[in-house]
Design a protein around this ligand. Sequence first.
Ligand SMILES: Cc1ncc(COP(=O)(O)O)c(C=O)c1O
Ligand SMILES: [Zn+2]
Length: 425
Amino acid sequence: MTVQSDTQSWQLCLSCGAELAEADVATRCRSCGGLLEVRHKPPELSGQALRDHFDGRTSASGVWRFQELVLPSATQPVSYPEGNTPLLYRAPLAAWAGTSDLALKHEGHNPTGSFKDRGMTVGITQALRIGARAVVCASTGNTSASLAAYGAQAGLPVFVLVPEGKIALGKLAQTVGFGARVLAVRGDFDACLGLVEEAGERLGLYLLNSVNPFRIEGQQTIVFELLQQLRWSPPDWIVLPGGNLGNTAAFGKALEQARELRLITRLPRLAVVQAEGAAPFARSFAEGFRHRYEVAAETVATAIRIGNPASWDRAVRAIRLTDGVVLSVPDAEILAAKAAIDRAGVGCEPASAASLAGLRRLVSDGTVSREQSVVAVLTGHMLKDPEILLESPALGAAAIEQIEPTISALATAVEAASRTIFREA
Ligand SMILES: Cc1ncc(COP(=O)(O)O)c(C=O)c1O
Ligand SMILES: [Zn+2]
């Protein structure tokens, strides 16, 4: 079917080239099961004129500011608003990673505390446009918190499948609080995703995992926004954690569009960082992507505890397009990076710290040189995973000391702490 001649946007199968209408509810190609991508007719402006257009637009949302590249025909976006997250410059963290030019794009500043809100504002907007009666996702936690919030705002029932006992407390609490129906599955994330993909068609639930191409459209704006913050002068590298690889796919698509529309003239390289116990994509990259792997995933970074990433093919394209790299880091390095980020007063959840841990490795093995400019994406907020902070001595649990309610006990504690502080200084 050819639909693109008379509509502004359509969906394209990346495997067989089939086209589906923009309003089609399929989240995979009906002919071959391949992943879909949303395509739009290019905006009338490009280059400096398009940059000026975006720079001049005052929008409370850092997603809908780029509407022409996201979902041009939407008239009533369901927006919190979201995006407009800061680029942070912190010398101690640049020094920790070994670079001289590091910016941290902190996506934990989104309304529900993770980058997922950027995709969800578009996904839920699309759900209303196609008349969905209910929405569903599988989640390691952040997707469910975001879907629950945006679903509540849109008045849509939300069903969420999570791996039982494997969800960080902050994320689960948000999901429950926003009113979603939570189903704790006795299985891992990959089992949850398999279930919801099947349930979508059978039970008439609109699937809002990142296989849904409208989610990817919104997540592209992390890249558009950081390029705009850098006055459209791209960094040498963008470093991000990789789990289900939706973000990797979104970053590749955004960079491709940005270059085609002459918003930028040079592509940054992508560096995708996985946890060593959940690194099928890194293993495949090391072998030139000759094989696709699936692993039984295990890592403290629960948000990237994914063994069979859904956006694999799209992510391979993104890495090839940008001459990117994929690597893995052990949990101990993720926690060390998190401790550094937290102690710098920035804070993030464990999966986000994989970015900085990966960057440190890339600098030490010479892949990234000290002078190159780097943007590392912190994907989620520190409060998402309070358990790890209170359970891990390295992250701060050891700092909690119990005392009697007396001034002398307090004086002793202050005195003892001062000795350590002054010795450290
Ligand atoms: C905080 C955080 N970081 C990273 C990721 C991984 O993103 P992706 O699945 O798009 O690779 C997730 C996904 O749940 C996440 O919640
Ligand atoms: Zn197809």
